[in-house]
Write a protein that binds this ligand. Sequence first.
Ligand code: RB5
Length: 149
Amino acid sequence: MKIALGSDHGGYNLKNEIASFLKDNGYEIKDFGTYSTESCDYPEYAQKVAEAVAAKEFDFGILVCGTGIGISIAANKVPGIRAALCSDTFSAHATRQHNNANILALGERVVGPGLAIDIVKTFLASEFEGERHQKRIDKISLIEEKYNK
Ligand code: RB5
């Protein structure tokens, strides 16, 4: 499974922890930056990861900023992206099952590394349930189409 990773400075340390976990567990990863704790702007990394995931170059993306909020808002501007900010494992499996989320967003200042890794494991192990949920996702796509003309 191929995973695209990105963060700003506020998510840099947690992104590295997630990268180590994924590498140790046989995932293929690409780290789109940032590569230090120097202050930077989260939309840039959200856009890089979201465009790569939307282009189907990766199975999933994982984005981290201080809260996970800014980076998920930015990622969700890319058509085809369903980025879910999760701070618990219930949300992580529910967003895969119901929303077919293709990007997981996390806040380094919100969750500790142990919980974050459990959230990542849960997100990647959970599957979309389709059926009635697909109809709702199709309605999200219609909203995108309306505003992308
Ligand atoms: C950076 O200080 C911080 O604003 C950013 O990481 C994130 O929390 C934005 O939503």
